[in-house]
Write a protein that binds this ligand. Structure first.
Ligand code: COS
Length: 386
């Protein structure tokens, strides 16, 4: 699945214009409102951004992983809250259905996901199960043609905006094999939301708890129709998501580097632009070289992802996605730190955006698997000899 080159180039040019003319000028408004303005969300729907990764047969644009990463790189170059609005529809919220869903589930949900009419969100994490995803406690008890869900999900991105969740619950014994993935409409009786989380950064993104009290979900809403496969579905979704986040990290590194270079050219000390000093150039050079390495990893891994059979997991690609996520998200942390350093005291002041980006990128090393979880995935793959 991929969009033809000519159409993709047009899409990319439209996205670049949209980011430059609409999103960058609205960055401060997002920060103040702690939300993305409704007219921008409407434009995103109009542009088809909610359906970037959904195949054309379900009303989406049908980008390949390589193309999706290229678009994610562009959206990484502005406030991360913008991408987050449609990010779960393109990625972790909908991909479980696309990868492992039945034909009926795809036909029922994906067209509404692609248009943005239905916002979807991914509910795996719980208060006692973050990195140890196979330890989730949310239960799904079979009752005739239904499952009754009880439990709680934590830090769920876009939960306040979601019309439905891809939600993992335990339908059988302990461990990964006892977990099923459900499509859970947000308006089912017994489903409620916690207070919005107050976060270190990424203002304008929405996360909160999801509480399930005797929520009756049709058994037909188990993704793929077969219980016990939900953990693997979640892992496949995350492999893909980790690549997408890596591309976002590279985009943000590019933006921060641009800000730092711009400042280094303008700011004068000791009678010349600070960028003329080799110690400042060294910081810029380290950031450029690391960004180049990270983006090369994203492109290589996305090409490998596209080359494997669709929907099948490949341990080598999973391992490389973990390498890429680890490197790119750590890399953007270093680039952001240097970006602040190049700005000197101004880098600590809210008026300059590097201060905000420094806080925003911190999350990238945590969600969709911490750096330590990526190390664990890579280390295990090496020991297994994948
Ligand atoms: N694709 C397909 N299947 C996978 C897979 C992948 N990428 N990774 C693991 N599996 C399969 C395994 O092959 C195994 O299958 P079998 O039981 O048939 O052998 C099963 O899933 C269980 O795997 P494993 O034993 O490796 O599970 P662990 O409990 O040890 O957990 C980690 C593995 C730590 C990698 C997993 O829990 C994880 O990714 N944690 C981080 C969660 C996360 O990213 N949370 C963020 C939430 S979203 S913001």
């Amino acid at each position: 699945m991929a969009l033809d080159n000519e159409s993709f180039d047009l899409l990319l040019a439209t996205v670049q214009r949209f980011i430059r003319d609409r999103l960058v000028p609205a960055e401060n408004a997002v920060e103040e409102l702690d939300d993305v303005p409704a007219d921008i969300v409407a434009d995103m729907k109009e542009m088809g951004l909610f359906g970037l990764s959904i195949p054309e047969q379900y009303g989406g644009i049908g980008l390949s992983m390589s193309q999706e990463c290229r678009v994610a790189y562009e959206f990484g170059q502005t406030a991360l809250a913008f991408r987050s609005v449609f990010g779960t529809n393109v990625g972790i919220g909908s991909q479980g259905i696309l990868i492992d869903g039945t034909e009926a589930q795809k036909a029922d949900y994906l067209p509404r996901v692609a248009s943005g009419e239905l916002m979807m969100s991914f509910a795996l994490t719980e208060p006692d199960a973050g990195s140890d995803a196979a330890a989730i406690k949310t239960r799904g008890e079979r009752d005739g043609d239904f499952y009754v869900l009880n439990g709680g999900k934590r830090f769920i991105t876009n939960a306040p905006r979601a019309g439905a969740f891809t939600l993992m619950a335990r339908t059988d014994g302990p461990g990964a094999g006892g977990i099923s993935s459900f499509i859970v409409p947000a308006d089912l009786p017994g489903l409620s939301l916690g207070k919005p989380d107050k976060k270190m950064g990424q203002r304008g993104t929405k996360t909160c708890d999801v509480i399930l009290e005797n929520v009756r979900v049709p058994a037909a809403n188990i993704i793929g129709g077969v219980p016990g496969k939900g953990f693997k579905t979640a892992m496949k979704v995350l492999d893909r998501g980790r690549l997408h986040i890596s591309a976002v990290a590279c985009g943000m590194a590019q933006r921060i580097l641009n800000e730092a270079v711009g400042y280094a050219r303008e700011r004068k000390q000791f009678g010349q632009a600070i960028g003329e000093f080799q110690l400042v150039q060294a910081m810029l050079a380290d950031s450029q070289a690391e960004l180049y390495a990270g983006w090369a990893m994203v492109q290589d891994c996305a090409a490998r992802y596209d080359a494997k059979p669709a929907g099948k997991s490949d341990p080598d690609v999973s391992m490389r996605a973990a390498c890429t996520k680890m490197f790119c998200t750590e890399m953007v942390g270093r680039v952001a730190d240097r970006g602040v350093q190049v700005h000197g005291g101004a880098g600590y002041i809210n008026e300059y955006k590097v201060e905000r980006f420094y806080r925003d990128v911190r999350l990238l090393r945590l969600y969709e698997g911490t750096t330590q979880i990526q190390q664990l995935i890579i280390g295990r793959a090496l020991m297994r000899g994948d």
